[in-house]
Design a protein around this ligand. Structure first.
Ligand code: NDP
Ligand code: BG6
Length: 497
């Protein structure tokens, strides 16, 4: 590794509205190689290659500057790989982007021996030479679309065989996918192993929820609107993730992790953007500092503020053990011990095989004190941020029912993105995050201390579940989950509106 590579910040050649312009110091002139490791796998096919394709299509990547490589053990040709990803992207492919597709190169090799990585390095170097990239100025982005068990050997091999040579505006960056460990200890071990090889600014831990449009909007919404400032400290906050399908072919993976590790500890815990204090500035490190602070203020979870569920039929999957204790549903109440949030329940709820597919943040306000409309009122004020499907923000308000009678009705101030921003294509989370990686913007990636704080919150509960001390309740597929979860919500003060 060239010493101090990570200190070199990017040229924002295609960024028009950079939050981090002050970081732009050394111009980047070398060509860019994007290497997808695990190119034969599911994530690469479904998300990584389509995201790269879309970045080309939108003009963020140029085929004369960027070259894509796939790497995996499976012995296939360049064309085989192209055909494999073709189904997902080629149907929509434009003539202008065919070049990118035709240029994809595949290298086969193992994940823990040097031969394959030496070959990969040779291919990358040949490309760099062909583009007259000055030595050390080229950029190498390694995307690990691989099971976490192989991260350490793969990182060792990259470090040994494939680093960009020097520090002349070029860099080597590593993107890694969740799950980052299974509990505090294993996550710290993984972080330490990778941390010995790469500096934190070279590591991009992806949580794709951070790339979703409305998650990216949270910072603006909260701190650019005076409206919200005095109100953002009550009354309860619910963060909900539902899927209307089960584990579908991923039972083996899922059973090892369960809903808390798969969704809550990472995606939903990005609630820290909802709860954090205002950062000193928009610099990625200032924002990440505030996220860590609020996570560190979370109190230990109480057993009585947890409801676990497992949908009926989950164990019919042949890859799931007959006596599995793994939750496919969980509602967990978090309590944050700081001035703003004392006494406010943060309810995190996630489940598979429920009645709908939805992800949203609901800020619910208490009843109006001394309410003169009490006898008529139909619901509480609520501010809802819907991440998916159909991005929207809306406020539930009580208004007068139009007409001659003086009665109240609940209505909405509705900002539905499809209507308000017609014709604006909302990019896929993976597109943004890959682009951020190329630009060297780490704001939307999980820092090591954030990861540690997140695992500290959930590890004691996870160990109790793993040890069979807490058991999931059965629920019907297609339902809202166990009724006990709704009872817990009611106990926490949430009123269904
Ligand atoms: P896959 O199981 O499809 O694995 C990717 C590739 O890794 C395979 O094609 C295979 O390539 C290689 N591989 C698989 N198992 C092993 C093993 N035990 N040892 C060594 N190599 C192996 O994984 P996904 O593509 O589904 O996921 C990749 C990463 O992304 C994982 O960390 C996953 O948790 C994460 N992720 C995946 C999502 C998805 O929707 N799929 C969503 C979010 C995160 P070969 O045999 O050719 O070397
Ligand atoms: C992944 C989980 O991280 O996120 C899956 O492993 C889940 O279990 C998926 O289905 C949900 O992502 P999205 O973007 O479809 O909400």
């Amino acid at each position: 590794m060239g010493s101090g590579q990570w200190k070199v910040e990017k040229r924002s050649s295609f960024r028009s509205d950079s939050f981090s312009k002050e970081y732009e110091t050394v111009p980047e002139t070398g060509c860019l190689s994007i290497i997808v490791l695990g190119a034969s796998g599911d994530l690469a096919k479904k998300k990584t290659f389509p995201a790269l394709y879309n970045l080309y299509r939108r003009g963020f990547l140029q085929s004369n500057e960027v070259y894509i490589f796939g790497y995996a053990r499976t012995k296939i040709s360049d064309d085989d790989l192209r055909n494999r990803i073709r189904g997902d992207i080629l149907a929509k492919m434009l003539q202008s982007t065919l070049k990118m597709y035709q240029q994809i190169k595949y290298v086969s090799g193992s994940y823990d021996t040097e031969d394959g990585f030496r070959l990969l390095d040779k291919e990358i170097s040949e490309h760099e030479v062909s583009k007259n990239s000055a030595e050390g100025s080229s950029r190498r982005l390694f995307y690990l679309a691989l099971p976490p068990s192989v991260y350490p050997p793969v990182c060792r091999m990259i470090r040994k065989c494939c680093m960009n040579r020097a520090d002349l505006g070029g860099w080597t960056r590593i993107v890694i996918e969740k799950p980052f460990g299974k509990d505090l200890e294993s996550a710290e071990k993984l972080s330490a192993q990778i941390g010995e090889l790469f500096e934190e600014p070279q590591l991009y831990r992806i949580d794709h929820y951070l790339g979703k449009e409305l998650v990216q909007n949270l910072l603006v919404l909260r701190f650019a609107n005076r409206f919200f400032l005095p109100l953002w400290n009550r009354d309860n906050i619910q963060i909900v993730f539902r899927e209307d399908f089960g584990t579908e072919g991923r039972g083996g993976y899922f059973d090892e992790y369960g809903i808390i590790r798969d969704i809550i500890q990472n995606h939903l815990l990005q609630l820290c953007l909802v709860a954090m204090e205002k950062p000193v500035s928009l610099k990625p490190e200032h924002i990440r500092d505030e996220k860590v602070k609020v996570l560190q203020s979370v109190l230990p979870i109480k057993d009585e503020e947890v409801v676990l569920g497992q949908y009926e039929g989950y164990r019919d999957d042949p890859t799931v053990p007959d006596h599995s204790n793994t939750p496919t549903f969980a509602t967990v109440v978090l309590r944050i011990h700081n001035e703003r949030w004392e006494g406010v329940p943060f309810i995190l709820k996630a489940g598979k095989a429920l009645n709908s597919r939805k992800a949203e943040i609901r800020v619910q306000f208490k009843d109006v004190p001394g309410d003169i409309f009490k006898c008529q009122k139909q619901g509480r004020n609520e501010f809802v941020i819907r991440l998916q499907p159909s991005e929207a923000m809306y406020m539930k308000l009580t208004v007068k029912q139009p007409g001659l009678e003086m009665s109240t009705v609940q209505s909405e101030l509705d900002l539905s993105y499809k209507q308000r921003y017609q014709g604006v294509a909302i990019p896929e989370a993976y597109e943004r995050l890959i682009l951020d990686t190329i630009r060297g913007d780490q704001q939307h990636f999980v820092r090591r201390d954030e990861l540690k704080a997140a695992w500290e919150i959930f590890t004691p509960l996870l160990h109790r579940i793993d040890d069979g001390e807490m058991k999931p309740l059965q629920y019907q597929p297609g339902s809202r989950g166990p009724v006990e979860a709704d009872e817990l919500l009611a106990k926490a003060g949430y009123v269904q509106t």
